[in-house]
Design a protein around this ligand. Structure first.
Ligand code: 4AD
Ligand code: MG
Length: 432
């Protein structure tokens, strides 16, 4: 985008003329002149077609084009401060590639209509820019983890166990046997630290939560680092550094994308480690002092998260939740086993939780104890392999999960998480 903006991908250049190809983005004109804005992946350029300067054939073809028709055009580059981007193309030749039908998205921009036509709405400047941002963010995450000695691994997607509790899992008929779509690759990631030490799972996770919110997808992309020898403190430090790295790099290299989302880079520049950190108990106090009805033992929802972060520039870390509220694998705090060594990171400006992580129980007896409390059978083959990991050279370890779409939603300040993924899966939609 940056390098080629408003120049478009040039196919050929000869005698001072260039050829480009792309799609009709906008079209307007009069009896004698047509202005066709052509878009390609690099940006847009205005193409000017004057009836008197082109053949009759070109003029006729140009008039037949619809929004989103594909075409190739040839002409001379002309600097004009009035043209979008400051440059236009004075057309000499024009070849429609596919004129097609009148574009379906013209007047009706209702959310449902755009979602029904997602396969076409993906061409919009908005979604195009989100998807570019997503690509860059993914690169920065990989680059960061790679620099810290991590290996990327893949987990199975069809599983028999519950990582985060089974109430929100999609069932799969696995050759007549009941299985699920994985809600987290973490347990499998843990098995891989005994050889690779620092790994990250990059895979989709599935959540059958019946929540119709602006931050829940039924299928989202989950990045889950897992690290041998990392303590709770090491884990938090890594999360902070990763977020800082990605945000700072993005601001430095893709200010143009931020501008399109009216995102002030100065605010994002403040996202520097360390972040503010409070315990679960302190969060309860803070919420109560804001006159929000919230009892010890409650899980903060969207409203509470908003209240806690809407005035903040930096993410907020909430650590040490009461044990029974979180997953079975989290290590109780040795200095107060009523709590676990976990942390959630809330994005600022009310965007909500982007990371959930913890130190893991690594001693066999402690794990058996926890599984009993959570009614999980350590002999069940769905879990026995996980228990085994504590039998053979177990080590202290920690990890976390970042929801990629949640992160993008915050970075670009999107209203809804569905715009952070090309084909969103939400409660009432499984197509296109
Ligand atoms: O907090 P969660 O449920 O934690 C886990 O799954 C752990 N096993 C992660 C780990 O320690 N390896 O999910 C982690 C993150 C959340 O913080 C959020 O960013 C994202 O996954 N997430 C969702 N994103 C979109 N839609 C949903 N329904 C999501 N549920 C969780
Ligand atoms: Mg969570």
């Amino acid at each position: 985008m940056k390098k080629f903006e408003h120049v478009n991908r040039v196919l050929s250049m000869s005698n001072g003329e260039i050829s480009i190809r792309g799609w009709v983005y906008r079209k307007r004109g009069s009896d004698n002149v047509l202005f066709i804005i052509v878009r390609d992946v690099t940006g847009i350029i205005q193409c000017v077609i004057s009836k008197n300067d082109v053949s009759e054939h070109v003029w006729k073809n140009a008039n037949k084009l619809y929004i989103e028709s594909s075409l190739e055009v040839k002409g001379k580059i002309h600097k004009d401060s009035r043209a979008p981007g400051g440059t236009e193309l004075i057309v000499t030749e024009l070849t429609p590639i596919s004129i097609g039908e009148p574009f379906r998205i013209s007047k009706d921009f209702s959310t449902e209509f755009l979602l029904d036509n997602r396969h076409l709405w993906l061409r919009s400047q908005k979604i195009t820019n989100v998807l570019k941002a997503r690509h860059y963010v993914s690169n920065y995450i990989r680059e960061f983890l790679d620099s810290k000695g991590f290996y990327e691994v893949v987990p199975p997607i069809i599983v028999k166990n519950e990582c985060e509790g089974g109430s929100h899992m999609f069932e799969v008929n696995y050759f007549g046997e009941k299985a699920y779509l994985s809600e987290s690759g973490q347990l499998y990631g843990e098995a891989l630290i005994y050889s690779l030490e620092r790994i990250y799972v990059w895979a989709p996770s599935f959540r059958a939560e019946k929540s119709r919110t602006v931050r829940h997808l039924a299928e989202y992309w989950h990045i889950e680092p897992e690290m041998a020898w990392y303590s709770h403190e090491d884990n938090i430090k890594l999360q902070e550094e990763m977020i800082e790295h990605v945000v700072q790099k993005f601001v430095d290299e893709h200010n143009d994308i931020l501008e399109r989302f009216n995102r002030d880079p100065k605010i994002l520049k403040k996202v520097k480690a360390p972040f503010d950190r409070i315990t679960y108990d302190q969060m309860v106090d803070r919420l109560q002092s804001m006159d929000i009805k919230f009892e010890w033992g409650d899980d903060p929802g969207a409203d509470e998260e908003k209240a806690l972060t809407q005035e903040l520039d930096k993410p907020l870390i909430i650590e040490k939740y009461p044990r029974g509220m979180k997953a079975f694998y989290m290590r109780p705090d040795p200095s107060n086993p009523k709590y676990v060594l976990n942390d959630d990171i809330l994005a600022p400006e009310g965007h909500g939780e982007i990371i959930g992580g913890s130190e893991r129980i690594w001693k066999l007896e402690e794990l058996l104890d926890a599984m009993k409390q959570f009614n999980l059978d350590p002999k069940d083959p769905s879990y026995s392999w996980y228990v085994d990991l504590r039998r053979f050279g177990s080590v202290p370890h920690s990890g976390f999960g970042l929801g990629l779409e949640r992160f993008i939603k915050w970075l670009l300040n999107l209203d809804h998480i569905r715009d952070a993924i090309p084909f969103p899966r939400v409660i009432n939609r499984v197509y296109p």
